[in-house]
Structures are given as structure tokens and as C-alpha cells.
Design a protein around this ligand. Structure first.
Ligand code: TPP
Length: 281
């Protein structure tokens, strides 16, 4: 788990390649919001979180809740890379009967803690985990990854209120603020800014970072760990579709996978020039 920043950047690039290939193979799924979250997911799984792929239910593990469950490919590629299941399984994304469904399912996918996908519910579940762990006198931490569009759900703010009321300093929320949602700009559909001010007003310790800066993500997560008496919100400014120039900042790639024609171009953007049919990632 002592990977350098350069190694983590390379890991994130490889995970982006894996996301693009899995989505191309399945010909359905969420491209933009998976790619915007990859750097945070990479740091969580390969630097910050305590977990064990050989023992997914290990009591000492930290918990990860992908509140924006439609970005499941981002979590699946990290789980495969960490050894929870073979990388080849990623090619079964969204297939009938596969253990890698369109949204995370804790009943079928090793390493997934809870079923998510209905936006707005994840932070409440993360609260429950954090409270339970504290009641049990455990030191495990809970990480919840939300979308900025997801913040339009009222339940998020009930959870935010409860987390600070119960002083859940073992809870850290990461907000993937890419500025876009399924129907276009978040600001146009239902503005949520100022996200940092809102979380501050709800009693959270707030950090604002570039969500693609691996060093900044590591530093923010470290600060969260030593913050006592309140939960931490990391407001991460990101680019939807990050890494593939023609996907970037386009709401039209929210839930659209790469076509046959786009696949080689997308892989080229990610510096992958190998025969994409032959390798899993
Ligand atoms: C309760 C609920 N309503 C609607 C949807 C459909 N939906 C899926 S993704 C999405 C937009 C989410 O935007 P955001 O949270 O910003 O995600 P990102 O841009 O990071 O992909 C919506 C409305 C859903 N999954 N859950």
C-alpha cells in the first residue's frame, strides 16, 4: 500500500483503460462519471483504505460506499486490480447472470459493501456503518463517494445533518463535482453550489481539492483521518470523462459507452496502443 504518486497515477491510467474496455464490451453503462471518479477510487483502494481481497469481509477493513452507484465500472476495475476477482470478469460487465451488474450489488460482487444506484441513499448507509463501527469500539473508517448531481436528493442533507450531529469523525464523504449530470449542467438543472459552504453549514470539516491530483487526494484523506469530532467532506473538482479528450465535459457521454469506432481513439488518448482485443487491461 506504499505506492508512490507516480505509481498511483499509472495505476489510475490503467484503470481508465479497463473502464473504457469494459464499457465498450458491454455496450451499455456510465462512461463520464466512472472516469471522473477514477483518481479518487485509485487512491482509496491502493493507498488509503485497509482492505484484503483474500478476505473481503475481514473485520478490520475500511468500508467504501459508492453512493453514485452508476459509476460501478470505476469500483469494479479497482476491485479486479486489487485481486477480488479475475480481471477477465470485467468483460462480463452488465451481462445477464454476471456478478458485475450495472450498479453495485453486495450480494454478488466480492468487495461491495452495499447495493447502491438509487441516488441519495448511500450517505445514510455510510452513516449507519460509521455509527455501528463506533458503537463497537472499532477504528475502521467509512468512505462514501457521491456525485454533485446526487446532492439534489434531499436525503443527502438529512444524512449530512445526522453525521455531524453524531460527530462521525470516522466518516469521510468525497464529492465528485464534475459539474454535469444526466440531463446537462448541474447548475442549470438544480444548482447545488456552494457545495463547500453547504457542508460547512451542516457542521462538516470541508476540504476542496482538484479531484485528479493524486497528491492532493492523499493529503485530503490523511487530514480527514486526523480530524476529530466531525465528519470530513472532500469536495473534489473533477472533469466528467477525464482522460479521454472527446468524452471530457460532455453530458452526452453520461451513460453512453464507447462505440467500435471510438474505442481505439479512446485508448490512444489514454496512452494505450496495444492490441485492445488481446488484453484485458
Ligand atoms: C433516485 C435516482 N433518481 C434518478 C436516477 C437516475 N440517474 C442516474 S445517474 C444520474 C445523474 C447523476 O449525476 P451525478 O450525481 O452528478 O453523477 P455523475 O455526473 O458523477 O455521473 C441520474 C439522475 C437514479 N439513479 N437514482
Amino acid at each position: 500500500m506504499n505506492e508512490t504518486i507516480a505509481q498511483l497515477e499509472e495505476k489510475a491510467r490503467n484503470l481508465r483503460v479497463a473502464v473504457v474496455k469494459a464499457l465498450h464490451k458491454s455496450q451499455s453503462g456510465h462512461t463520464g462519471g466512472s472516469l471522473s471518479a477514477i483518481d479518487m477510487v485509485t487512491v482509496l483502494y491502493f493507498h488509503t483504505m485497509r482492505h484484503d481481497s483474500a478476505n473481503p469481509r475481514w473485520e478490520g477493513r475500511d468500508r467504501f460506499v459508492l453512493c453514485k452507484g452508476h459509476a460501478a465500472p470505476a469500483q469494479y476495475v479497482a476491485l479486479a486490480e486489487a485481486g477480488y476477482f479475475p480481471r477477465e470478469d470485467l468483460m462480463m460487465l452488465r451481462r445477464l447472470g454476471s456478478h458485475l451488474q450495472g450498479h453495485p450489488d453486495s450480494k454478488v460482487t466480492p468487495g461491495v459493501e452495499v447495493c447502491t444506484g438509487s441516488l441519495g441513499q448511500g450517505l445514510s448507509m455510510a452513516n449507519g456503518m460509521a455509527l455501528g463501527l463506533r458503537l463497537d469500539g472499532k477504528e475502521n473508517r467509512v468512505y462514501a463517494l457521491l456525485g454533485d448531481g446526487e446532492l439534489q436528493e434531499g436525503q443527502v442533507w438529512e444524512a449530512a445533518m445526522a453525521a455531524s450531529h453524531y460527530r462521525l469523525d470516522n466518516l469521510c464523504a468525497l464529492i465528485d463535482c464534475n459539474g454535469l449530470q444526466i440531463d446537462g449542467e448541474v447548475a442549470r438543472v438544480m444548482g447545488v453550489e456552494s457545495v463547500p459552504d453547504k457542508f460547512r453549514a451542516f457542521g462538516w470539516h470541508v476540504l476542496e481539492i482538484d479531484g485528479h491530483d493524486i497528491g492532493a487526494i492523499i493529503a485530503a484523506l490523511s487530514q480527514a483521518k486526523v480530524t476529530k469530532g466531525q465528519p470530513t467532506a472532500i469536495v473534489a473538482r473533477t472533469v466528467k470523462g477525464k482522460g479521454v479528450s472527446f468524452f471530457e465535459n460532455k453530458a452526452s457521454y453520461h451513460g453512453v459507452p464507447p462505440s467500435d469506432e471510438e474505442l481505439p481513439r479512446a485508448l490512444e488518448c489514454l496512452g494505450c496502443f496495444e492490441d485492445c482485443e488481446k488484453i484485458s487491461h
